[in-house]
Structures are given as structure tokens and as C-alpha cells.
Write a protein that binds this ligand. Structure first.
Ligand SMILES: Nc1ncnc2c1ncn2[C@@H]1O[C@H](COP(=O)(O)OP(=O)(O)OP(=O)(O)O)[C@@H](O)[C@H]1O
Ligand SMILES: [Mg+2]
Length: 313
């Protein structure tokens, strides 16, 4: 109880005063681990909807550095571009290494509204929230277990997300506390699995897919990133990382919804805070992100129709 109270207070302080120096040292690591195992061992709690949020889509992969955040950022922006009347949100659930603020070009301390909820920051018409806006990166990396769960609770239930048609959630690499916590606590409509073609990445991706199956999170499909490079002089496609994604996707029973080649412009755009969908709207990448956004909208639509049908029967 003591540890839980300490963790709770720490998170509350961060949210309320947006402290940039979080100097908590948890002394009883053993107690914390035991408590965490107990909490996680209670089985699947009820997945409570986020007030005012119609659907939630995860962007995930077991592997790091494959382009999850690039995909999540461009997807959220593309959804806003093709359906400007819809409200889209982007949650950076990577509390260890948040990169949404950089890629969405957002900064500054978020404000609290009259209901004591954090107001998301808006850019490119997308409502964004990230731990990177609340604590400095150095502090975020010490967070583990329960603290991660508390932090995610604050980023989801203590943010004024609604009204939202879709919340896109960028997740950290791995298959750890964050994924478990999100899948256990939120009604996730579907996950997009991002991978690169290297066999190492595909192996780890399989672990991620297994995790989602166990957690009963439906997988919308696979996004292959950095599929190949095109020679700038002769236009030849070079499969520098191999060309086995299709076979692996088939084995996992997944469709590849879209493939994105390696492109320096993509990287330059996203790292300068102007996603390709806006910086290079006529590029092949922007077109593919619009296609991906369309697929996600259709997936959500079909799911809604199925639910309506099920309740009518
Ligand atoms: N198709 C692409 N072409 C060129 N560069 C890309 C492409 N996709 C992503 N990148 C670059 O690769 C790097 C890693 O991308 P990103 O941060 O999106 O990966 P990630 O999976 O979110 O990483 P992490 O696991 O650390 O969160 C970034 O610098 C990004 O600009
Ligand atoms: Mg990332």
C-alpha cells in the first residue's frame, strides 16, 4: 500500500503541477515487483471506454526503430486530412522514449481545464499528448512497472480527449508493461503491426502478434516499413533488408496493408516536425498514408456495423 501510495502521489504531482524534476527513488524494488506481479495477476480487468472517444487504434511492433512513431504520426495526420470533420487524437504511449512531440512539432506545458483534465496540444488538427510534454526524458527512463501503468492511466483518463472519432496510440518497442496495461484497460478496436523486412525484426514482430492474440486485441494488418530502397540514378529496387515480409505475414495470417520504401525525405520530414503527409503531399509516401488512413476508417466502420448488427439480434 505504501509503495502504491508513493507511486500514485508521484503521478498526481506530475499531472497537477507538471513537475519537470521528478526525483522519486523507489527504495523497495522487491516490494514493488511483488505488488506489480499481484496487480497484473488479477486477470483482465474491465476495459472501460475513454469518455468521448469512439475508437482506439494501436500502432505497435515488438521491435524498436522500425518506424512505429513515423507510422502513427503520419496515420493520425492522414486521417485528419482525408476526413477533416472527424476529430483525431494521437497518444504517445512511449513513456520511456517519447518522440511524438518532436515529430508533431509540439512543445510547451499542457494546461489543466476546469475539470482538472489535461488539455491535449493541437497541431495539424490532431490532438496530441505525450509524457515528453510532462516530464523530461531523463526522468522518464527510470519508470517501470506500476509507475508506467499509473503514467498511462494519467495519459488516457486524465486528458480531455473527447470528443474524438479515433485515438491513434503510438507504443514503445517490446511486449511489456505498456502493451499489457493498454490492452487490459482500454477497449482497443485494433492494432496495426509495423515491421521491417529483416528476419530479426520479423521474428520479434511474431512475438508482438502472439501477445495481441493472447490479449484479445484484433490485428488490423501489417505495415511494412523500409521495404526496399530505390536507386536514385537508375530507379532499381534494392531489397537491402531482404524480401520475406510477404511470406512471414502469410504465416502469421496477416495482410500487408501498405509497404513504405526507405526514403531520406521521409526521415527528414518527420524529424523536423513536419510529417510527409503535409510536407510532401504529392509524394508516394503521402499517397500511401492516405490509403492506410482509408483502410483504418473502413475497418472502424465495418466493426461499428458488426456491433450494431450484434446488438440488434
Ligand atoms: N520509410 C522510411 N524511410 C526513411 N527513414 C525512415 C522511414 N521510416 C522511419 N524512418 C526513420 O527511422 C527512424 C526510426 O523511426 P521511428 O522513430 O518512427 O521508429 P520507432 O519504431 O518508433 O522507434 P522506437 O522503437 O525507438 O520507438 C526515424 O529517424 C525515422 O525518421
Ligand atoms: Mg517510437
Amino acid at each position: 500500500m505504501f509503495i502504491e501510495r508513493v507511486v500514485h502521489n508521484v503521478c498526481d504531482k506530475i499531472v497537477k503541477s507538471k513537475l519537470l524534476q521528478c526525483s522519486v527513488r523507489l527504495k523497495h524494488t522487491k516490494d514493488l515487483n511483488e505488488h506489480r506481479a499481484k496487480v497484473m495477476g488479477r486477470g483482465l480487468p474491465e476495459r472501460k471506454p475513454l469518455p468521448g472517444v469512439k475508437s482506439i487504434i494501436l500502432v505497435a511492433s515488438g521491435k524498436g526503430g522500425v518506424g512505429k512513431t513515423t507510422t502513427a504520426v503520419n496515420l493520425a495526420c492522414a486521417m485528419k486530412v482525408i476526413e477533416p470533420d472527424k476529430e483525431i487524437g494521437l497518444l504517445d504511449a512511449d513513456v520511456f522514449g517519447p518522440s511524438v512531440p518532436l515529430m508533431m512539432n509540439i512543445s510547451g506545458e499542457p494546461m489543466l481545464n476546469d475539470d482538472n483534465l489535461i488539455e491535449p496540444l493541437l497541431n495539424y488538427g490532431v490532438k496530441c499528448m505525450s509524457m515528453g510534454l510532462l516530464v523530461s526524458g531523463e526522468n522518464a527512463v527510470v519508470w517501470r512497472g506500476l509507475m508506467v501503468m499509473q503514467a498511462l492511466d494519467r495519459l488516457t483518463r486524465h486528458v480531455a480527449w473527447g470528443p474524438l472519432d479515433c485515438l491513434v496510440v503510438d507504443t514503445p518497442p517490446g511486449t511489456g508493461d505498456t502493451h499489457l496495461s493498454l490492452a487490459q484497460n482500454l477497449p482497443i478496436d485494433g492494432a496495426l503491426v509495423v515491421t521491417t523486412p529483416q528476419s530479426a525484426a520479423l521474428q520479434v514482430t511474431k512475438r508482438g502478434v502472439n501477445m495481441f492474440e493472447k490479449l484479445k486485441v484484433p490485428i488490423i494488418g501489417m505495415v511494412e516499413n523500409m521495404s526496399h530502397a530505390i536507386c536514385t540514378s537508375c530507379g532499381t529496387k534494392n531489397y537491402v533488408f531482404g524480401n520475406t515480409t510477404k511470406d512471414n505475414a502469410r504465416q502469421m495470417g496477416l495482410n500487408i496493408i501498405e509497404s513504405f520504401e526507405v526514403d531520406q525525405n521521409m526521415s527528414d520530414c518527420i524529424n523536423s516536425g513536419k510529417p510527409a503527409i503535409y510536407a510532401l503531399p504529392d509524394s508516394i509516401h503521402a499517397e500511401k498514408y492516405r490509403h492506410l488512413a482509408n483502410k483504418v476508417f473502413k475497418y472502424i466502420d465495418d466493426k461499428d456495423k458488426e456491433q450494431i448488427k450484434a446488438t440488434e439480434q
